[in-house]
Design a protein around this ligand. Structure first.
Ligand code: OOG
Ligand code: MG
Length: 259
């Protein structure tokens, strides 16, 4: 039986100190997925106890490119907290990360609660606004290596996120061309259609998966629908930007650390 509180504390401290830990699977045997989600919640609860608030959820492994890159196929989800928010165009410190990677995504903001089995139309009706977004993932495990239970416990590797300008809910997000640049060089190109063939399906999945864990997606929350392409390593880069056609631009700069 895994010690949920102890593992949650280890993951929380790894994130706080930007220091990698060895993966849980192997050390403590297989991590059942339900236990992994309990660890995730316990680790995030520690953050909430320090004053952060829940601001949404993120989906993971919703595109083929991400499944292939990480060798895992099941959709996962994690929690977004207020201390993960990066303002579009802002500078972030390199030292808060271990080995950060960045992904081009689409985000939605909700105007109504959403939970459990919902139809595509019900999900759409709960959307207040849409935006292009970047997620910074930073696995707390050494070498960015993990089994499914590990990455779920580690809040689906999420570390920070940036949303571009919020646009009307009826803005087309189904097939938006995306060009992500790291230090001005094209790192990944793709389309939002890579997100489950239709990004709104990812919102339907978020309502179902979070609902199964007893979490109701709340009005005002952001839902990150998942990377449209493989993630790109940030390394010593100083800037990341995403051009997402009619969804506009989103980006951030990185300061401090090795360069
Ligand atoms: C897990 C997070 C996956 C996505 O957008 O697919 C994810 C990872 O790759 O470390 O955020
Ligand atoms: Mg992601």
């Amino acid at each position: 039986m895994a010690d949920i509180a102890a593992i949650a504390a280890r993951l929380d401290e790894a994130a706080l100190g930007a220091r990698a830990i060895v993966q849980i699977t192997g050390q403590e045997g297989e991590l059942p997925l339900a236990t992994a989600y309990e660890i995730q919640r316990a680790a995030i609860d520690r953050r909430l106890a320090r004053g952060a608030t829940l601001v949404g959820v993120k989906m993971g492994f919703t595109s083929e490119a991400k499944m292939v890159q990480m060798g895992l196929k099941d959709q996962i989800w994690g929690r977004l907290t207020s201390d993960m928010v990066v303002v579009n165009g802002a500078a972030i410190g390199r030292t808060r990360f271990i080995h950060p990677r960045v992904e081009p995504e689409v985000a939605v903001r909700l105007k109504a609660p959403l939970s459990g089995e919902v139809t595509r139309d019900e999900a759409l009706a709960a959307v207040d606004a849409v935006a292009a977004a970047l997620e910074i993932i930073d696995s707390r495990y050494e070498n960015f290596r993990f089994a499914l239970g590990d990455v779920i416990a580690d809040n689906a590797s999420s570390s920070a996120f940036v949303t571009g300008p919020w646009l009307a809910a009826n803005t087309d997000i189904a097939d938006v061309a995306m060009v992500m640049r790291v230090d001005g060089e094209v790192a990944e190109t793709g389309t939002s259609a890579a997100i489950l063939g239709d990004p709104i399906r990812s919102l339907v999945a978020a309502a179902r998966l979070a609902g199964a864990a007893g979490l109701v997606l709340q009005p005002g929350w952001t839902v990150m629908l998942g990377g449209a392409t493989a993630a790109a390593a940030i390394g010593d880069a100083r800037s990341v930007s995403l051009d997402a056609g009619h969804l506009g631009r989103v980006g951030f700069t990185i300061e401090g650390g090795a360069a």
